[in-house]
Design a protein around this ligand. Sequence first.
Ligand code: TA6
Length: 299
Amino acid sequence: MNCSELNAKFAITGQMEFVEGKGKLPVALITSRHAKAEVSLYGAHVLSFVPDGQKDVLWLSPQSMFESGKPIRGGIPVCFPWFGPHATDSQKPMHGFARLQTWNVVETFAFENGNVRIILSLKDNTETKALWPFDFYAKMIIEVGKKLDVTLCCTNTSTETIKVGGALHSYFSISNIANIDISGLKGCQYYAGFAKNISNPQDEETLKIVKEENRRYINHTDDCIIADPKWNRKMRVSKKGSKVTVVWNPYSETVKTMADIPVTGYQDFICVEAVNAYADIIDIEPGENHCLSTVLSLE
Ligand code: TA6
């Protein structure tokens, strides 16, 4: 559907409008009573979440590509049905195919409390089948209010058990990487990047980022708080349906290998991600579903 067809069917006056975004990719502009948000139908990708009177909670790279076949850099990439590189075939797309597909709009809704919701869907098709030979029906439910509530649900519509990994890979906008710390991870063990051995439980109450980090915390279900005193804000990251939390920043060297992030761009974001990976890859039986959620808010 083009934007005028989307508007004819799903616009809500003053609260939901579809426009052609960068790269001509359709974007839903959402205005709730307490916040604005932008969602690209390409990837079911939240690009922006701005509570009233605040700077954007999410970081979007000024060098992001907006091109079919390439992931958008920043916001909330939807990683599905695997997290990171494919387990056996490095030719398959990093973090799965969901962020490279255009999703359909299923429904838009304005609630009496002022929240606004959009539901997007992705079903198996010839491209997904070439990468992952299963029938599935995935929904992204994005509700914008004082909080941003994002849920990815996958129903197994095939006749065999499917194994599903993934992530809601949120990029948070920060004043500077040197200014922030992250709490909620104390006592948790993690894999550092692709290391096979696990760390000792984290001793520190808060994590400060002073070098490249790619920590994959196992058995972690608590909230994280990103404190950014320079911007006078704390961002709470809650989640459901996930036992792995990833904290990632490429820092000053690895960033130079990434064409879609400016060389100083690593200072401007931190990723805190709700993940299904490792022992938390989910078996979904035929007809059953699994939902992975993250809720982002300021306090
Ligand atoms: O979640 C962390 C991570 O898996 C890192 O290993 C890092 O490469 C990052 O995601 C970004 O991946 P991308 O495919 O979007 O470049």
